[in-house]
Write a protein that binds this ligand. Structure first.
Ligand SMILES: *Cc1c(COP(=O)(O)O)cnc(C)c1O
Length: 363
């Protein structure tokens, strides 16, 4: 290195969530750490968006798209695959609406383990499928939905021959709770409200656990209200019963019978928050608005809590001066088909001249 450009006090390099939060995670010094340096994602203040929706509070987005496979699933997967390796497993398996399979496949590749993923028929965002294939997972499409795929995976897990890395594996939740720690560390306090999408409900369970642990340890002085949002066509918790055939443009939360149902209801009840649903039109409207007002491209599921926030502002539920955080669970590039159909892109072909382009732009 050229000594004239080296920083005199280099910041310690980030080494992933297990290294950073080891004392609060179920690992020992014998656990082999399988990491792609997940975590440490940006917390982005979005004033343009708040202004556009008529709010009077601070909103910060926890941009989990900046994880190694571009979704929050990596936080749980570093732990799940490390523990699988510690136990001597040779195969990991999961059912997935897309992001769990992308993450499992990446961490399994890193660990030198075989990975099998079961995807529901038809509705996987293109980028997520591309990831699982590139990372070398054996990829099977089930003639059925996510809930059916998860049932099969759980049965396979009971044979003891494969390690299930869905969020029914309790260490996934443990890894995911580190996002709450980071929010408190980055903000210097816990938020008043936390908004996030709810599919299988592992993440809302994990966030609430994380906020409570920091509070109990004296590392924060308040607990946020937890506000979880489902899509109207896949809202079993809101509707109070499993949905046989869930439907929504937000494929990451197209789940009819959440594995962590009780964790979600406990989080909402204990925090004084709520769980509610928004329509696909509201989701797509918020999906475009956050991209156009802030330059933040998320996948459709992330727009469910943003749409929920728009509703909450209209209903007068967010007091002026509040500090609100929301999880942006996955990257917009994962689902190019939805982006293209929402942009109504029609190529505008113009002559290759200065005049023609200037006339088209209108100045
Ligand atoms: C998995 C996922 C969700 C849903 O999280 P749950 O823990 O299943 O509730 C939401 N958004 C994205 C992008 C996801 O990948």
């Amino acid at each position: 290195m050229n000594p004239s450009v080296a920083s005199p006090n280099p910041a310690p390099a980030w080494q992933g969530i297990i290294h950073r939060y080891r004392a609060r995670l179920p690992v020992t010094h014998e656990t082999p750490v399988v990491t792609l340096l997940e975590g440490n994602t940006p917390l982005i203040r979005v004033d343009n968006f708040v202004r556009a929706i008529g709010g009077d509070f601070s909103l910060y987005l926890k941009y989990e798209a900046m994880n190694p496979t571009a979704s929050f699933k990596d936080r749980g997967m570093t732990l799940a695959v490390s523990k699988a390796k510690e136990r001597g497993a040779s195969v990991v398996i999961c059912a997935s609406t897309g992001n769990t399979s992308a993450s499992a496949a990446a961490y399994a590749a890193r660990a030198g383990l075989k990975c099998v993923v079961l995807l529901p028929h038809g509705k996987i965002a293109l980028g997520k499928l591309a990831q699982a294939l590139m990372y070398g997972a054996q990829t099977l499409t089930i003639e059925g939905n996510f809930d059916m795929a998860l049932r099969i995976v759980r049965e396979l897990g009971e044979t003891g021959q494969v390690e299930v890395v869905n969020s029914v594996n309790p260490v996934r939740i443990e890894g995911q709770k580190t996002a709450s720690f980071e929010i408190c560390d980055q903000l210097g306090r816990a938020p008043d409200f936390h908004f996030l999408p709810v599919g299988n409900a592992g993440n809302i369970t994990a966030y609430w656990r994380g906020f409570r642990e920091y509070y109990a340890a004296g590392l924060s002085t308040r607990l946020p209200q937890m506000h979880g949002w489902q899509a109207a066509g896949a809202a079993p918790i809101v509707d109070g019963q499993p949905v046989e055939n869930p439907q929504t443009v937000a494929t990451a939360i197209r789940i009819g019978n959440p594995a962590s149902w009780s964790g979600a209801t406990a989080a909402v009840k204990e925090s004084g928050g709520r769980i509610d649903k928004v329509t696909d039109d509201e989701i797509l409207n918020a999906y475009r608005l956050i991209a156009r007002s802030e330059g933040i491209f998320v996948e459709p599921a992330c727009a469910a809590p943003l749409a929920g926030l728009i509703r909450s502002v209209r209903a007068g539920l967010i007091p002026s001066g509040s500090v609100v955080t929301a999880t942006m669970t996955g990257h917009g590039l994962k689902d190019p088909d939805t982006a293209m159909s929402q942009s109504e892109f029609k190529p505008t072909v113009v002559a290759a001249t200065f005049e023609a382009v200037r006339a088209k732009i209108g100045f």
